[in-house]
Design a protein around this ligand. Structure first.
Ligand code: AMP
Length: 147
């Protein structure tokens, strides 16, 4: 089996988000793989943008305060992990769908998610981790987090 070359970690800014991100960072280092970080904006309305649903953090022309706050949170985590700006992603949509779609688009071979996060109550309907595992066309690691 080939080593992992491209790892994607999905961060939701929940209490244990940084723990998940750090584990992904250590894993990527073990395999000498490129690490990308994704946060899905699932609670902010999408503004009219010529860039489609995926925007790079390098584009800072959106002034919405909530969006700025989310960008800052992602920047904080990515700076801490020393993630290249081209590998930082903010995407509007539904987390499970956007995580698997970006993974396919970027030819990711390992997705790292937390076993659960902010959508704790949605567990009965299937958590993001389960959805990603079911729909991803690459390996998925769910970092076990305390209840
Ligand atoms: P949850 O479905 O809220 O229990 O979340 C499980 C895991 O899915 C989290 O630990 C994250 O790794 C990922 N996840 C959930 N929501 C998001 C989001 N909005 N953006 C990025 N990752 C997410």
């Amino acid at each position: 089996m080939d080593n992992y070359k491209k790892v994607l970690v999905a961060v939701d800014f929940s209490e244990y988000g940084i723990e998940v991100a750090l584990k992904a960072k250590h894993l990527a280092e073990q395999f000498n793989a490129q690490l990308s970080v994704l946060h899905v904006l699932d609670n902010i309305p999408m503004p009219d943008t010529p860039y489609g649903t995926i925007i790079s953090l390098k584009k800072d022309d959106l002034t919405d305060q909530l969006l700025e706050a989310e960008k800052n949170r992602l920047k904080e985590i990515c700076d801490q992990l020393n993630i290249d700006p081209t590998n930082r992603w903010l995407v509007w949509g539904e987390p499970q769908h956007e995580i698997t779609q970006l993974a396919t688009q970027e030819k990711i071979d390992l997705i790292v998610v937390g076993s659960h996060g902010r959508h704790g109550l949605a567990v009965l309907m299937g958590s993001t981790a389960k959805g990603v595992l079911y729909h991803a066309d690459c390996d998925v690691l769910a970092v076990h987090l305390p209840d």
